[in-house]
Design a protein around this ligand. Structure first.
Ligand code: FAD
Length: 386
């Protein structure tokens, strides 16, 4: 795939190995993502296989997790999203939104119970933050937890939750009404408990090869030991989102690269007016622009990895990279689609699928607008959300 500035020349052996094994996994194991996309299904048989490959939170350490470099992790997300955003979303949610909070904020018992099972893909997790009335402003959440003896009683509805219909456990963020100030707390909610339902959301026109649903809680009782003890307040969910957005900044590059390669190949094969369309200046301009925008996104992703590795990455750095790289993938997938003419609107080629997927990726994990406001606040010191 395109690497115009030869950024991969500086990859370590571990990083190279990870790229190669992720790519051959996608080529060998993922039969037809286009078909799954049309059917609106996720290839669930891949979940344990992705676990065997070590695709879930490999950048964490302990509990069987190898602690690979942040560049390795980013490259993995890139390779998965070059296939489909649904595949990357599976790994992102499981790793960055479920295993990360358990690893960072969980008790020893919670870590022992869940991290190996989630890491191996024997169990599936989901992350419940968004609510029907509170998306961009999750701090206004209504889901509540109330202590009753040695249990918590949870009530509320989370929506747009990736994987909830197939999840064994949900990380649910709720306001703890048994504490002064009702701080936001994280709870591990097994989805087979009484009072928990996870209805599927059908008829999505984007991210179709990913299962999305609700997590509805009606007097759902969970033991006190299911509360994540190590965090309180919005920094709990927001720190998970920083991890996942980091992966998205890399993943979007993969989707854009795949669109570019598809368009380049098509342009050199497809002939009109007696020669390959890639020989016409208008098409070359499109390829030149795509290659340039993708290279800029790659540079941002690689530098972000260096900052993360050095412990110097700020959430605002992630906002800029997520915002820019997803916009790049969204814009460039459309140009790639255009270069494929009528064939470009079929599922035989990936660009239109990536293009539709990018509508979700542009919106979830902080919309493009919200990341703009995060950057605006960082640059001016003036907050413009409210
Ligand atoms: P709203 O917040 O209602 O925003 C609507 C529009 O208003 C947007 O364009 C937004 O940018 C704009 N807007 C909002 N506030 C402002 C402002 N202050 N200034 C200017 N413009 C503003 N959530 C989870 O918790 N877990 C998941 O696993 C998950 N998976 C998802 C999977 C899919 C397929 C989708 C589509 C969403 C998923 N989400 C998930 C939810 C996602 O994070 C939210 O959709 C997102 O945060 C936006 O919230 P909203 O849809 O309520 O839009």
């Amino acid at each position: 795939m395109i690497d115009y500035f030869d950024l991969e020349a500086s990859l370590t052996q571990e990083e190279r190995l990870l790229v190669d094994s992720a790519r051959s996994f996608v080529e060998g194991e993922v039969d037809d993502m286009g078909e799954h996309w049309i059917e609106g299904t996720f290839p669930t048989e891949l979940i344990p296989k992705m676990g065997e490959m070590g695709f879930y939170a490999p950048n964490l350490e302990g509990y069987g997790l190898p602690g690979v470099s942040e560049t390795s992790y980013g490259l993995l997300m890139r390779e998965l999203e070059a296939c489909d955003s649904g595949l990357r979303s599976m790994a992102s949610v499981q790793g960055a939104l479920v295993m990360y909070p358990i690893h960072a904020f969980g008790s020893d018992e919670q870590k022992e119970e869940w991290l190996p099972a989630l890491g191996e893909g024997e169990a599936v997790g989901c992350f419940g933050l968004t609510e029907p009335e509170h998306g961009s402003n999750p701090s206004a959440m209504e889901t509540r937890a109330e202590k009753d003896g040695d249990e918590y009683v949870l009530n509320g509805t989370k929506t747009w939750i990736t994987n909830s219909p197939i999840a064994d456990v949900a990380v649910v963020w709720a306001k703890d009404h048994s504490e002064e100030g009702t701080p936001v707390r994280g709870f591990l909610v097994e989805t087979d408990r009484d009072g928990v339902t996870t209805n599927k959301i059908d008829e999505k026109l984007s991210l179709r090869a990913s299962i999305t649903g609700e997590v509805s809680l009606q007097d759902a009782r969970i033991p006190e030991e299911n509360r994540l003890p190590g965090v309180s307040g919005m920094k709990g969910p927001l720190s998970c989102l920083t991890q996942a957005r980091y992966g998205i900044a890399w993943g979007a590059v993969g989707a854009a690269q795949d669109c570019f390669e598809t368009a380049r190949e098509y342009a050199t094969d497809r002939e009109q007016f007696g020669r390959p369309i890639g020989g016409f200046q208008l098409q070359q301009r499109k390829l030149a622009e795509m290659a340039t925008q993708i290279t800029l996104a790659q540079l941002l992703a690689h530098r972000l990895a260096e900052l993360k590795e050095a412990g110097e990455m700020r959430p605002q750095h992630v906002s800029m990279a997520k915002r820019n790289n997803v916009r790049t993938a969204r814009d460039q997938s459309r140009i790639a689609r255009e270069m494929l003419g009528g064939n470009g609107i079929t599922a035989d080629y990936s660009p239109m699928r990536h293009m539709a997927n990018m509508e979700t990726v542009y919106t979830y994990e902080g919309t493009h607008d919200i990341h703009t406001l995060i950057l605006g606040e960082d640059l001016t010191g003036l907050q413009a959300y409210q």
